[in-house]
Design a protein around this ligand. Sequence first.
Ligand SMILES: [Zn+2]
Length: 153
Amino acid sequence: MKFIIDCMLGKLAKWLKILGFDALFFSKIEDDELLDIARKEGRILLTKDTGLIGRAKDVETLFLESEEWQDQVQQVLEHFNLREKIAPHTRCIDCNVELKNLPKKNAKNLVSAFVFDKADSFALCPNCGRVFWRGTHFKDMEVQIQKILKKKP
Ligand SMILES: [Zn+2]
């Protein structure tokens, strides 16, 4: 399942990517181009813009009800029944491509000594070369992910 996300919903896009979903996002794009990509790539449009939904012929859409990104994420997970497909830290949040596993020894020269020390697994974006990691020390994001995983409707 692939998504394309309205420019106004950057936080939702970022979090769908953190959770491992294909969530294409442009901070600036014309409506026509957005719809064009959705149609060509078979992406579901996530938006709060009812006008845009009205014009989205041949494109599946979901209207986001909440202003809060946490609620928006929950709505998407529920609506498309994605809770069991969540795979955190498997996608680049910049490029929206799947990350490749990076053995810890190979990460040594790519991250700070602090991160190398604290993180337990690493992944590399094959597109931009950015290194991602997870570990007990990186609490904020992990706490958010746990909240998302636990929340039941
Ligand atoms: Zn990347």
